[in-house]
Design a protein around this ligand. Structure first.
Ligand code: C2E
Ligand code: MG
Ligand code: MG
Length: 723
């Protein structure tokens, strides 16, 4: 239904226009006014769809009428047609300015009136339709925005609830190491309120030590932009309980994909670890005596062999088999036989030192791993004590029995290179002891004189080897884990023994240390390594470092700082390019003298590393007492980093300790990408191992390190003048 308003002071016109308007379309309602003021009064309360007005009227002309009408708020878009006899443009202009929509000339052409009116009404309807559509769209948008806000708020709340209730500690820190967020689980564990630690350094959450380590790992994530592989860590709770967690760290990114922080989540796996430890204990122990079993023993032998590489550590494997144990069972019954075995186990346990290992490896078979053996007399003396200990169990529980045993001894390295060979040879020796007369011990190498003779021969050959220039140095690259670049190499001694090929140092260093030849040999090593390193000039101008293994004997018998100063002067090598590797053996000399020597070496500008770190018995203590620059984690810990959580714990402890003392930490013996990833996660700074390169001739190392090809040694004439 459309409403049309007619305003005209003449009755005839009003009637004609009203009739015409009513005919425009069906359902048109017409309101006609003779007085424009009356019309305005009605229009103030009603909204028409079209107004048709005369121009020349008493009281108010057409322009004034339209202007007044347009002041009504709802009137601004209602079409208004003005009927005028005046052709003059000035009237039309006034009407347009006042807000007229269209004009009709008087006398009015009826057809034109109806067509104009119809078009304007149609336009008006379309306008109204559009308006209502826009209106509903706006309302819909408004509604949906409101509900989305609500949904978002709702889901955020739910997410926060989930984060606070999952049994996982979750926290986030920014790149500067300040806490951005902690969930309830973690806040409860450390006994703080989540609000209290926001913006505080992470040490507020983890304590100083753990906080520093945590921050160091965060830095790795921020710098690489990569998540860390999950790792296990031990954290002490507010209540003082130790818990084991499986922790992951992943980068938090902002809108432009920059890493701005690190999200850490730690899952408590204490219960699982306990079960694992229990199962491991069961798998490695004999249920009757609770002593280590064969599996455990073999593992210990393997580790000892790894540590005895340098040739200055011998050990003996004693295989003990009770003589006539069947008689014990016959006399006392099986339960009594078990008690006898337990008693023997207890007594033997009392005879060993803390670093030795006693195992029960069969029904009436025990084995003892005797470490720190200097010579075969040590082993023989100990075997005698074993026999006496067992014999003391004679008359057990009042039974008329003599406790006796046969002991077979295999020594490492002389009698076997691996655990299997040593066990086999000790077994062989044990049978010989039993066959001879029983209750005796027997060495695998029956003829100890033959052994002594071969040692004398080795001594002689070693003495000549230096003169005959049979020694060479191999170089093994050392890698900076932050950049992946080569930092330098460790110089490792090789003996080109005629008829024997390339001999590794483990086979002769022990003898050289015993007979004193280690001094001239190692002087040569130091000189040769410095001479070689002096030729190392890389394209980028960065100096490469050479590490030289020092023998404890040198520190005992020599003025090492003086020697090093002299060799540096001769070779003109920059002191910072030289690194000296020392071992715990150095402590055989009085510690104050050692500290003095090391200080003087550091003052020269050379670096000092503690080699095979972690294998010694007092490692963790002496690291803080000796002035050194680097710790080299022993390869035996790196080897089982994945499977043996104890080793991961040792590595972690060394890294934490090293960093707290401001030392660089290098991991030795890295063979796989998995070990490398684990070491990175632990925060190791440097690495060395077959994964990066085996010890290689100097020539090969120079190629690998990209040493300038026109370096002095590559050029024949220059070589001559240098030497
Ligand atoms: P070290 O100083 O701990 O040297 C590392 C030893 O581990 C080297 O054995 C090296 O070949 C080996 N190795 C390196 N990476 C890996 C790996 O990924 N897997 C495995 N399985 N082994 C790896 P090498 O050359 O037989 O030397 C044995 C030891 O002899 C050295 O242990 C060092 O203590 C001593 N040594 C070597 N050269 C000298 C020297 O010039 N003077 C003195 N006094 N001792 C030396
Ligand atoms: Mg070394
Ligand atoms: Mg080492």
């Amino acid at each position: 239904m459309s409403i049309v308003v007619i305003v005209d002071d003449r009755v005839t016109n009003r009637n004609i226009f009203s009739r015409l308007a009513a005919s425009v379309e069906a359902g048109v309602v017409v309101h006609a006014f003779g007085d424009p003021v009356e019309a305005l009064a009605w229009l103030a309360a009603n909204t028409p769809d079209l107004i048709i007005t005369d121009y020349k009227m008493p009281h108010l002309d057409g322009a004034e009428f339209i202007r007044s009408y347009r002041e009504i708020p709802a009137a601004f878009d209602i079409p208004v047609i003005v009927i005028t006899v005046y052709e003059e443009r000035s009237f039309r202009l006034r009407a347009l300015e006042a807000g007229a929509t269209d004009f009709l000339n008087s006398p009015v052409d009826h057809h034109e009136f109806v067509t104009r009116a119809r078009n304007l009404l149609k336009l008006r309807r379309q306008q109204l339709l559009l308006e209502s559509k826009a209106d509903s769209l706006e309302k819909k948008l408004e509604y949906s925005e409101r509900t989305r806000d609500f949904d978002m708020r709702d889901s955020r709340k739910r997410l926060a609830q989930v984060i606070d209730t999952v049994p996982v500690m979750i926290s986030a820190a920014n790149a500067a190491g300040n806490v951005l967020f902690v969930n309830n689980q973690q806040a409860d564990f450390v006994g703080v309120s989540p609000e209290a630690v926001i913006n505080a350094p992470v040490s507020a959450l983890f304590g100083l030590d753990h906080g520093a380590r945590n921050h160091a790992l965060d830095r790795v994530v921020v710098e690489t932009g990569n998540a860390l592989p999950p790792y296990e860590e031990e954290i002490v709770s507010n209540a003082g309980d130790k818990h084991v967690f499986l922790t992951t760290k992943s980068p938090l990114r902002d809108g432009s994909d920059e890493v701005t922080g690190v999200l850490t989540s730690s899952q408590d796996i204490t219960a699982r670890k306990k079960t694992e430890a229990h199962l491991r204990h069961l798998a490695h122990h004999d249920p009757l005596t609770n002593l280590p079993n064969r599996i455990f023993l073999v593992d210990r032998v393997r580790r000892l062999i790894a540590r005895a590489r340098r040739g200055d550590q011998q050990f003996a494997l004693h295989l003990i088999d009770l003589d006539g144990f069947k008689a014990v069972n016959d006399l006392l019954g099986h339960a009594g036989g078990d008690r006898f075995i337990q008693t023997i186990g207890d007594r033997l346990r009392d005879t060993i030192r803390e670093h030795d290992t006693l195992a029960r490896i069969g029904g009436d078979e025990f084995a003892i791993l005797q470490t720190r053996v200097v010579n075969s007399e040590d082993a023989a003396e100990f075997a005698g004590r074993i026999l006496a200990t067992i014999e003391a169990c004679s008359g057990f529980e009042g039974a008329p029995l003599r406790a006796r045993a046969s002991v077979g001894i295999a020594m490492h390295p002389a009698d076997g290179a691996d655990a299997g060979e040593l066990l086999k040879n000790a077994d062989f020796a044990m049978y010989r002891a039993k066959a001879a007369k029983g209750h005796a011990f027997c060495f695998y190498a029956a003829d100890m004189h033959a052994r002594a003779r071969s040692e004398i021969a080795l001594d002689g050959e070693l003495a000549g080897a230096l003169e005959r220039e049979e020694f060479v140095l191999y170089y093994q690259p050392q890698i900076d884990l932050a950049t992946g670049g080569i930092l330098g190499a460790e110089a490792l001694l090789r003996w080109m023994r005629p008829g024997a090929g390339i001999v590794a140092p483990g086979a002769f260093l022990g003898r050289a240390e015993e007979n004193g030849l280690i001094i001239p040999i190692n002087d040569w090593v130091l000189k040769e390594a410095c001479r070689e390193a002096k030729t190392w000039r890389r394209g980028d101008g960065k100096p490469l470092c050479v590490s030289v293994n020092m023998s404890p004997i040198q520190f005992q018998k020599h003025n090492v700082p003086l020697l090093v100063a002299r060799i540096l002067a001769e070779s003109r090598l920059e002191p910072r390019q030289l690194d000296l590797e020392i071992t715990e053996g150095i402590l055989l000399k009085d510690i104050d003298a050692v500290v003095g020597d090391l200080r003087r070496l550091l003052d020269l500008g050379v670096k000092i590393s503690i080699d095979d770190f972690g294998t010694g018995y007092s490692s963790l203590n002496y690291a803080s007492r000796l002035p050194v620059s680097r710790l080299k984690i022993d390869q035996s810990f790196v080897r089982n980093l994945q499977s043996e959580t104890n080793d991961a714990a040792v590595v972690r402890a060394i890294v934490t300790l090293g960093h707290s003392l401001d030392l660089v930490v290098l991991a030795e013996g890295v063979e796989t990408a998995e070990q490398l990833a684990a070491l990175r996660a632990e925060g190791c700074d440097e690495a060395q191992g077959y994964y990066f390169g085996k010890p290689m001739p100097a020539e090969e190392f120079r190629k690998l390190a990209g040493v300038d090809p026109i370096a002095p040694r590559g050029n024949k004439s220059a070589t001559g003048s240098r030497r």
